[in-house]
Ligand binder design. Structure first.
Ligand SMILES: Nc1ncnc2c1ncn2[C@@H]1O[C@H](COP(=O)(O)OP(=O)(O)OP(=O)(O)O)[C@@H](O)[C@H]1O
Ligand SMILES: [Mg+2]
Length: 299
């Protein structure tokens, strides 16, 4: 993938890759990972969520810098998907603050304090700002079955973002070409393999030009031989400087691509830090056990 298209994310990738693109849909400013007065790109503080009397998230803190690739790992039911759903506004947290700085089209940092009593209208306005800043790639690709690949990709940009149809189409075709699917633009989802559908899912998220890309186990529904193609696309996005939060069980991939690994268990962050630390030398017994189980299944 070339970094010079309109959908490239940032002026400066996390590994210092320089960009020549004009548009920077990932909200990047020149040569600074903290353009907004030293604020992190995304900060989550004290996030809490219960369903009835079942507490699913408690006191979650997360900091994501521009260009970071954060791998969120943990056992089933630990709350990983719920965090992503809170970030994209599909779930309303009970408490906590989510703060975004530097998202495109949003001059001021967007901050939503879920413990604060604000009018429903004001709350909706802030949540809409958060939603504009993020896009999510789901575990199941969720493509509309009766629409072509191209129609699936341009729907959000045209209907939600009110962008010009021809421009959205040109950008969609460019993005499809970059994941090797230009020739499938007029195909229907059922005519594609699972891996191809998931790559369309990724393109659909990219077409929204989000500041932050969220992935929820993007390869877990795929046959093993299709996993590699999807991981390759994500790896390329990382190299281009996209800021991403990825829920994954692919520890090897996380180790190679993630700048930060966050291990969760039972609704809390148990341990976070550099991939080499959390996956290579986990400090907490729960992390050690989890990493061992995934790397040596059946032991
Ligand atoms: N809408 C809901 N209503 C009630 N309980 C829910 C709801 N969504 C999630 N939960 C519960 O919250 C807990 C965390 O779920 P979540 O989907 O976030 O876990 P996860 O870490 O993504 O797990 P997995 O690895 O299996 O996808 C689970 O116990 C789940 O049953
Ligand atoms: Mg999940």
């Amino acid at each position: 993938m070339s970094p010079s298209s309109a959908a490239s994310p940032s002026a400066r990738g996390r590994r210092g890759v320089s960009r020549e693109d004009g548009a920077r849909p990932n909200g990047a400013a020149e040569n600074a990972s903290r353009p907004n007065g030293g604020e992190p790109f995304l900060s989550v503080r004290g996030l809490a969520k219960s369903f009835g009397d079942h507490t699913v998230l408690r006191d979650i803190d997360l900091t994501v810098e521009r260009g970071d690739v954060v791998a969120l790992i943990g056992p089933s039911g630990s709350g990983k998907t719920t965090i992503l759903r809170c970030l994209i506004g599909l779930e309303e947290p009970d408490a906590g603050v989510i703060r975004f700085s530097g998202a495109e089209g949003v001059a001021e940092p967007v901050s939503v304090d879920f413990s604060e009593r604000v009018s429903p209208r004001e709350r909706r306005r802030r949540e809409a700002d958060l939603q504009r800043a993020t896009a999510m790639v789901f575990q199941q690709y969720n493509l509309f079955p009766h629409r072509t690949v191209l129609q699936n990709v341009i729907e959000g940009p045209i209907l939600v973002q009110k962008r010009n149809r021809e421009e959205a189409k040109a950008e969609a075709l460019d993005l499809l070409a970059r994941v090797g699917l230009r020739d499938k633009a007029d195909a229907y989802p059922h005519e594609l393999s699972g891996g191809q559908q998931q790559r369309v899912g990724i393109v659909r998220a990219l077409a929204l030009r989000p500041a932050l890309l969220l992935f929820d186990e993007p390869t877990s529904a795929l046959d093993p031989e299709l996993v590699g193609d999807v991981l390759r696309v994500i790896r390329e996005l990382a190299e281009q400087g996209w800021t991403m939060l990825i829920v994954t069980h692919e520890l090897q991939f996380a180790r190679q691509v993630a700048s930060q690994v966050v291990f969760m268990d039972q609704g809390v962050v148990v341990e976070s830090g550099a991939a080499s630390e959390v996956l290579g030398r986990p400090a907490q017994a729960r992390t050690q056990q989890f990493v061992r189980r995934l790397t040596h299944p059946g032991e």
